[in-house]
Design a binder for this molecule. Structure first.
Ligand SMILES: Nc1ncnc2c1ncn2[C@@H]1O[C@H](COP(=O)(O)OP(=O)(O)OP(=O)(O)O)[C@@H](O)[C@H]1O
Length: 251
């Protein structure tokens, strides 16, 4: 089953910048796709389109037009993990993670004990269980990024869209997030993430999409796409794909 399908998607911002130019690709359910590209290549614009924030035609989610999804139905299908988020109010970590349960709440909007347990478990998975009752405003940048992942885990959607999911993390938390995402992938979740880290793409993705100046340079399995030649073309700087102790290393 195709989890996502985009056909000939172009997007021009009101000021006239053409951010995406005839992008077409599809993602099978359970695949993990890395979107690589230089600054300004169109990665965030693509995520916004998949979230339905930038309206364009011909995007489908599990065979159904994205624009025909209701709010709660979309929330049960798709979760976003942004790099960061601005807080208007000072919630506790548990309260903030509970927002991930919104697509499942009744009309009254009151979370159940089960919702609280799911949120608590999600905080535990990202290593923030001890901070459950702390205000979100007290978090460091990396902890903030982990919290946003916890909220998406609590959302239990079929697809996760992640914007540079390890950008603020130290090596131990980077590895923790890689392991969480691998485990979600093994559970059959579909992942689509942007990154500037080609090693992360290679480690986590089954497929890689390379965006260059709004156009799709290539899309395919990571083995097909992640080559020294393709990365050098993508970033316009010398890149090498090598092997160190039996592991692929990109530098
Ligand atoms: N709100 C906006 N109004 C006008 N132009 C925009 C807007 N947002 C993005 N752009 C432009 O669209 C292009 C694509 O931007 P986008 O943010 O999608 O790139 P990106 O690949 O996510 O970059 P980065 O890696 O730097 O985050 C860029 O040229 C950018 O300047």
């Amino acid at each position: 089953m195709k989890a996502l399908e985009l056909r000939q998607i172009s997007y021009t911002y009101p000021g006239g910048t053409k951010a995406l130019d005839e992008i077409s690709f599809s993602v099978e359910e359970g695949q993990s796709v890395a979107i690589l590209g230089s600054n300004g290549a169109g990665k965030s614009t693509l995520l916004d389109i998949l979230l339905g924030w930038n309206k364009v035609g011909d995007v489908s989610l599990f065979g159904k037009d994205l624009s025909s999804y209701g709010r709660k139905e979309l929330g049960r299908t798709l979760a976003l993990v942004p790099q960061s988020e601005h807080y208007n109010f000072s919630f506790t970590l548990l309260e903030y993670t509970l927002f991930g349960r919104s697509p499942y709440l009744s009309q009254m909007g009151i979370p159940t004990q089960e919702d609280a347990e799911i949120a608590s478990q999600a905080l535990k998975e990202v290593g923030l269980a001890a901070y459950e009752d702390r205000p979100i405003t007290s978090l460091s940048g990396g902890e903030h990024q982990l919290l946003l992942l916890a909220r998406a885990i609590a959302q239990q959607s079929k697809v996760l869209l992640l914007d540079e999911p390890t950008s603020a993390l130290d090596p131990a938390n980077r590895m923790r997030v890689i392991n969480i995402l691998k485990s979600l992938s093994e559970q059959g979740k579909t992942l689509l993430f942007t990154t500037h880290d080609a090693n992360l793409a290679y480690e986590l993705a089954t497929h890689v999409a390379m965006l260059k100046k709004g156009k799709m340079l290539c899309y395919g399995t990571k083995e097909e796409t992640v080559t020294s030649q393709m990365l050098t073309t993508l970033y316009e700087t010398p890149m090498h794909v090598g092997m160190v102790e039996g592991k692929t290393l990109i530098y």
